[in-house]
Write a protein that binds this ligand. Structure first.
Ligand code: ZN
Length: 145
């Protein structure tokens, strides 16, 4: 078991605004390793993100981290990338932490409880000019109508 991976996943889940994080084992603890079924869960208000059917807690933690990061938007407003061949803000595991490729300041979420995805989206939507392409595109659409 790779502790770094599990700790990094727990940290990422917390930073992603989830209310809870759990790694667990579903199956026979005395059974063969090939039949091990580890899972990792991030809990949000009214929603759960699960990565399951893994052979080890490390794999479950990595799977959940990838699910959290895939399709996510970095605080620098670029899409998160987990590959050098993809455009976006390149995130990678550094020790016990998933680190972004940028040094943008964290997005402060005001109002809303922990795990409140809507409040987080709202906070991100208020990120000021200088890279918020989605907002600029929306503004252009509004102007052209
Ligand atoms: Zn970034």
């Amino acid at each position: 078991m790779n502790d770094d991976m599990v700790i990094a996943c727990a940290d990422l889940v917390g930073r992603a605004g989830a209310a809870g994080f759990e790694i667990g084992y579903a199956g026979d603890e005395n059974g063969p390793v090939e039949e091990a079924r580890w899972y990792a869960v991030a809990t949000y208000q009214g929603a759960r993100l699960i990565s399951d059917e893994h052979r080890s807690p490390t794999a479950a933690a990595l799977g959940l981290a990838e699910r959290l990061l895939t399709g996510a938007t970095c605080r620098c407003t670029s899409p998160v990338s987990l590959s050098d061949t993809r455009a976006g803000c390149r995130w990678q595991l550094v020790g016990q932490r998933w680190e972004p490729g940028c040094d943008a300041a964290p997005v402060a979420v005001s109002g809303g409880k922990r795990g409140d995805v809507a409040a987080m989206r709202q906070a991100l939507a208020q990120v000021p000019q200088g890279g918020n392409r989605a907002a600029r595109r929306a503004a252009q659409r509004r102007r052209s109508q």
